[in-house]
Design a protein around this ligand. Structure first.
Ligand code: LFR
Length: 497
């Protein structure tokens, strides 16, 4: 049997890409991933609101599908879409988009938690949805939008991957893993939480019917086939449409004693569980229970991630002192470690702009030397991320009772050797790094399974990944006492957790 090509559309906060995964079920199976198109994702601020440039992203998707057909020499056997979570587009009664989707880093949700808290206590909300507090959860975006003309005119709300799928196929659905980030899903029943929606006056009929990873999601419309030069029929398959759900599905772990850090703009650090943890302790540790592929729960915490560094690079460039990332990382490896560090979970880092100064300011609050040069700031960011990874993994194992003997780093940060090594040292556990394109691989594997090309559960899909990839292993080497001291210092500072 010849390998079949599956197209994965994977949109991240700073770039989008279309990849083709060539999969065959022969023997133990084969898997080869090829990037066919990459395009920038540039948020745009107009009239004080930060938006996603959704039509430009959609144009990138069409270009990518055209490139996928050209690369494979035939139309893909199916298409799957994953993107970041929580954000959405509103459609009117004719199906037209009501304005550009608002970016989750926009400030419109400031103060919403207090308003929501007056109606539903944080404990009741956590008990019903299991979601960590993040100011941009869809729930807060919707309460902030209440009374707006756009929401008034809306007849449909589509999360970003579902919106792209709708334009490609004409069919509307709500994919479950991403729906679980709205804070309107009950992680036990995996259905909408009517009680939460009713209490807050959120109209659940705006959402299209739920569908899960592996479910059919329509076929490319004739106009899309014409535009991309593909010959139909080309089915679209629902995947873990939340990028983090697809990335976790592609963690090449064996057994269940592993933690993961899905890195990119964010670091999502935690465990894969069979059931949600909804305790009060879990809530105060700000752990989330997002839904994963195959009935799993992604028990994790959002950490600011490489956003801290990306924003520094953007600032240095704007100031006329652009830095090359590879050089910066080499220099940072030579800067003495754990001199200055910050709390990388701090929501103060959420908004864009002026990041080097915000990091220096945070260092002053912790005490200790203030990093000056770009290399020193970079080292500070990476030490801080390693500390945050360690804290999240320790908390997750304590709160869930799950043992952990390995940490998997997947996503873009898997290429960052210093980050991987520091995470191994901070955690005192071996780190297995890769694949960097985990989200696209998880996307492809779920499609290939739905098409009957490969079989089995997550364990079998992961075995196929292990057989075809060469992840890199980092053993913890450094004396952990220094990390213990730094962790204790951070826990004392702020004392938020
Ligand atoms: C990562 C991610 C995170 C989510 C954040 C915002 O790309 O999807 O999981 O919390 O973006 O949507």
């Amino acid at each position: 049997t010849e390998p079949l090509p599956f197209a994965a559309v994977d949109l991240g906060a700073s770039s989008g890409r279309v990849m083709v995964g060539h999969v065959s079920g022969r023997g133990a199976g084969t898997l080869r991933l090829e990037e066919v198109h990459r395009f920038p994702n540039r948020p745009v601020r107009t009239a004080g609101t930060l938006h996603w440039d959704i039509l430009s992203l959609y144009a990138g998707v069409l270009d990518g599908l055209r490139a996928a057909g050209a690369a494979a020499g035939r139309a893909p056997a199916s298409v799957g879409i994953d993107t970041w979570a929580v954000d959405y587009g509103l459609l009117d009664a004719t199906g037209a988009l009501l304005g550009n989707p608002v970016h989750y880093r926009d400030t419109r949700t400031e103060g919403e938690a207090a308003k929501v808290g007056a109606v539903l206590s944080p404990s009741a909300l956590y008990g019903a949805t299991g979601l960590q507090y993040l100011p941009f959860n869809t729930l807060y975006q919707l309460t902030a939008a209440q009374g707006s003309p756009a929401l008034g005119a809306a007849r449909r709300l589509l999360l970003i991957p579902d919106l792209i799928a709708y334009w490609l196929t004409g069919e509307a659905g709500t994919e479950l893993t991403n729906a679980s980030t709205t804070q309107l899903i009950d992680p036990r029943t995996r259905e909408w939480s009517r009680s939460v929606a009713d209490a807050l006056g959120i109209d659940l009929t705006l959402f299209a019917p739920l569908r899960g990873p592996g479910d059919p999601a329509g076929r490319l419309l004739p106009e899309v086939l014409a535009e991309t030069g593909l010959t139909g029929p080309v089915p679209v398959t629902a995947v873990g449409s939340h990028d983090t759900a697809s990335a976790v599905a592609a963690v090449p772990a064996s057994g269940d004693r592993f933690a993961y850090v899905a890195t990119g703009t964010w670091s999502l650090a935690g465990l894969e569980l069979d059931a949600p943890v909804l305790t009060e302790e879990s809530r105060s540790a700000n752990f989330t229970n997002e839904l994963g592929v195959d009935g799993t729960v992604r028990y994790l915490r959002n950490i600011m991630g490489l956003w801290l560094l990306q924003e520094c690079l953007r600032t240095w460039e704007a100031e006329g002192a652009p830095q090359r990332l590879d050089r910066l990382l080499r220099e940072a490896a030579g800067v003495p470690g754990l001199r200055s560090f910050v709390d990388a979970d701090d929501p103060a880092f959420l908004a864009p702009g002026g990041m080097p100064d915000r990091i220096r300011e945070a260092c002053r609050r912790v005490g200790g030397p203030v990093p000056e040069t770009p290399a020193e700031i970079t080292r500070c960011v990476l030490d801080s991320l390693a500390l945050a990874h360690r804290r999240a993994i320790e908390d997750a194992r304590r709160l869930s009772g799950r043992a952990v003997d390995t940490v998997h780093i997947v996503g873009g940060g898997a290429h960052n050797e210093l980050l991987c090594r520091l995470t191994a040292d901070a955690c005192g556990l071996p780190v297995v790094a890769g694949p960097a394109e985990a989200a696209a691989l998880g996307n492809v594997l779920v499609q290939a399974r739905a098409a009957g090309v490969v079989r089995g559960g997550l364990a079998e899909l992961r075995a196929l990944l292990r057989a075809t990839l060469e992840p890199r292993r980092y053993e913890p080497t450094r004396d952990r006492a220094e990390w213990d001291r730094a962790a204790a210092l951070l826990a004392g500072e702020g004392g938020r957790r």
